[in-house]
Ligand binder design. Structure first.
Ligand code: F6R
Length: 248
């Protein structure tokens, strides 16, 4: 298991940002795109802040970045403050020089869209860029990665999913009430994630300690979706000491 342990969330976040920035810069020198799979939620916020700082202070350019977000609620208006489209704009995209045409978020407008066709096209778009160079992941308290909830197939690809009660409960503070939390989302699948050339799983804070221990050292099972990552050489776990508290 490739596990890097940092004393606090700050150091873990800076290390993660540096890893992403190094990939972007290396690809830029090679005249290539950097194809990034991005996550939302609390965990990557500080990472994105640091990437913005590097853009402002150190000339890190996102001109060559192609981004694909893991997931988006369904249904939701892109402009709603709880949407992941809005989150990414606020927390990263509005502050760097990424081309808007290079941004991909699995957001479906309205009812007229053929969702499964949309999802297949999302997969094809990732493939058309040669796949994800790097996927940044958080982990849900139920072991989800993206919105691949417990019992998701390890072969799953981008699709419409039902959100787990724990996931909806954790989203309650963003939406005000549980009833306001959407029942569904569109998420990359586990197989989509596993195709990435490099996977960084970032977990911060004591509330992730139990699931982190289970995901890394417990049984590989669809009951803990993140457990599929434990034997893969391209996966790096980046933990702060609180998230690592239960690891022996
Ligand atoms: C977000 C995502 C989720 C989160 C996970 C952890 O795009 O796909 O899997 O990474 O729910 O969320 P936080 O970071 O808010 O604890």
């Amino acid at each position: 298991v490739n596990l890097t342990l940092y004393k606090n969330a700050e150091e873990a976040s800076i290390y993660t940002a540096n890893t992403i920035a190094a990939l972007i810069s290396r690809k830029q020198k090679e005249g290539k795109h950097a194809v990034l799979g991005l996550a939302t939620g609390n965990t990557p916020k500080r990472v994105y802040q640091e990437l913005i700082r590097m853009h402002n202070d150190e000339g890190l350019s996102f001109q060559n970045v192609i981004s694909f977000n893991l997931d988006e609620y369904f249904p939701i208006n892109a402009g709603d403050s709880q949407s992941y489209t809005y989150f990414m704009e606020q927390n990263l995209f509005a502050h760097v020089d990424i081309k808007s045409s290079n941004i991909h978020i699995p957001h479906v407008d309205g009812s007229s869209t053929d969702i499964s066709k949309y999802c297949n096209e999302y997969e094809e778009k990732i493939a058309s860029y040669g796949g994800l160079d790097l996927q940044l992941l958080g982990i849900g308290r139920n072991g989800h990665i993206g919105f691949n909830e417990p019992r998701s197939s390890f072969d799953s690809i981008t699709r419409l999913v039902n959100l787990h009660p724990v996931t909806r409960e954790d989203a309650k503070s963003d939406f005000g009430t549980l009833e306001n939390v959407p029942q569904q989302a569109i998420s990359m699948g586990i197989n989509t994630i596993l195709q990435a050339k490099k996977i960084l799983l970032l977990a911060l804070g004591q509330r992730k300690s139990e699931i982190i221990n289970k995901a890394i050292y417990g049984a590989v099972s669809i009951d803990t979706p993140a457990s599929i990552l434990q034997s893969l050489p391209q996966v790096e776990y980046i933990l702060d000491s609180d998230a690592a508290a239960l690891i022996q």
